[in-house]
Design a binder for this molecule. Structure first.
Ligand SMILES: Cc1cc2nc3c(=O)[nH]c(=O)nc-3n(C[C@H](O)[C@H](O)[C@H](O)COP(=O)(O)O)c2cc1C
Ligand SMILES: Nc1ncnc2c1ncn2[C@@H]1O[C@H](COP(=O)(O)OP(=O)(O)O)[C@@H](O)[C@H]1O
Length: 309
């Protein structure tokens, strides 16, 4: 998959793409439906998205809300067969374009798109002034086809949306999130160094940053772990703590995963940790022994859950 960050000076091989437009945070089942409609169009399959996420630009003080990093999104889109990712820099030049300017300068003249697929609630251009009806008019005027996907409803009747996935995760319901995502909610990234305390407790944990990401409910989870590279590459079961470690007066949330039946050095190795079930909120215990027995119980519970998947 090629990643392009500008819409100017696009070479001929990247023009004429059939493109799904959106933020694609989570790459959930609704996004995948939009992508399938783009797949049926002429030309290479593309996704047009923005980086940073426009909400990060408009509301820089808001708490982190993203379900995935730009890298994790790109990797997932590549797996779904996307050939060109137009990951446009969401700067003041781009955000200042009117709906008409965006359609003409970016979609038509810049990228030369053949087909544009969006969800029914899509808005675009300065002040979010353009909607799907406007986009269709511009498509007719500037020469690209516009296809609109209905909003996908989940089993519960609620819309499959990044917002509803964030809510499910905040509620400690990763299975509900997974039903909307079409896959487990995953935290992806390299293993970083921690306090070197885990090994002393008998539970070494592979630590990962959660910077910029939406925080699921803090506590312990049964997890599926993919070690993506290196001598230990493969899939493992584990138990993870997502939180601030009140036991040790921590304040910055991270994800710490104990891999079952594993020994080895994972520092710097990219992992993908999928949240399967929330087990319990994080706690401050009366002494280390109490924490260790609870971690033992967490691991037993996680093993049983994961065995039955
Ligand atoms: C299954 C599991 C459950 C945990 N539960 C808690 C908890 O309830 N409270 C807490 O403060 N830390 C909890 N932790 C985090 C440990 O305190 C943490 O992994 C340990 O301090 C090691 O930190 P280090 O990797 O920086 O060395 C848990 C970790 C695991 C793997
Ligand atoms: N079963 C295991 N699960 C997770 N990490 C393990 C395991 N066995 C060994 N490790 C290694 O130990 C490191 C964690 O040990 P720990 O004492 O918790 O150190 P840190 O505080 O740096 O996370 C991991 O990053 C990994 O390299």
């Amino acid at each position: 998959m090629d990643i392009l960050r500008e819409y100017q000076n696009i070479d001929a091989s990247h023009r004429g793409a059939s493109v799904a437009i959106g933020n694609f945070d989570g790459v959930h089942l609704g996004h995948q439906k939009v992508l399938d409609l783009a797949r049926q169009g002429p030309g290479p399959l593309g996704v047009l998205t923005f980086e940073p996420h426009p909400r990060e630009v408009f509301f820089p003080e808001a708490p982190p809300f993203r379900l995935m990093s730009a890298t994790a999104r790109a990797n997932r889109l590549a797996k779904l067969g996307v050939e060109t990712l137009f990951e446009l820099s969401f700067n003041t030049d781009l955000s200042g374009l009117t709906a008409r300017e965006f359609a003409q300068s970016v979609l038509a003249d810049g990228l030369g798109l053949s087909r544009v697929v969006v969800g029914a609630d899509f808005c675009f251009g300065k002040g979010r002034a353009g909607d799907v009806a406007t986009l269709k008019d511009f498509g007719a005027e500037f020469g690209f086809e516009v296809v609109v996907a209905d909003i996908l409803q989940g089993d519960t009747g609620a819309a499959v949306s990044s917002t509803n996935i964030r809510k499910a995760l905040s509620d400690g319901n990763p299975r509900a999130a997974a039903a909307m995502l079409g896959h487990w909610h995953r935290v992806d990234g390299p293993v970083v160094h921690g306090e070197k305390r885990g090994r002393e407790l008998g539970f070494p944990t592979a630590n990962m940053n959660l910077d910029g990401l939406h925080l699921p409910k803090l506590g312990t989870y049964a997890v599926l772990v993919d070690v993506l590279e290196g001598p230990h590459a493969g899939s493992y079961h584990g138990a993870a703590s997502l939180g601030v470690r009140p036991m040790f007066n921590g304040s910055v949330p991270n994800l710490e995963t104990f891999l079952f039946d594993f020994k080895g050095d994972l520092y710097g190795t990219p992992l993908s940790v999928g949240l399967v079930d929330f087990l319990r909120p994080e706690q401050s215990f009366n002494g280390i022994d109490a924490l260790i027995s609870q971690m033992d119980a967490d691991c037993q519970q996680a093993r049983a859950i994961l065995r039955d998947l």
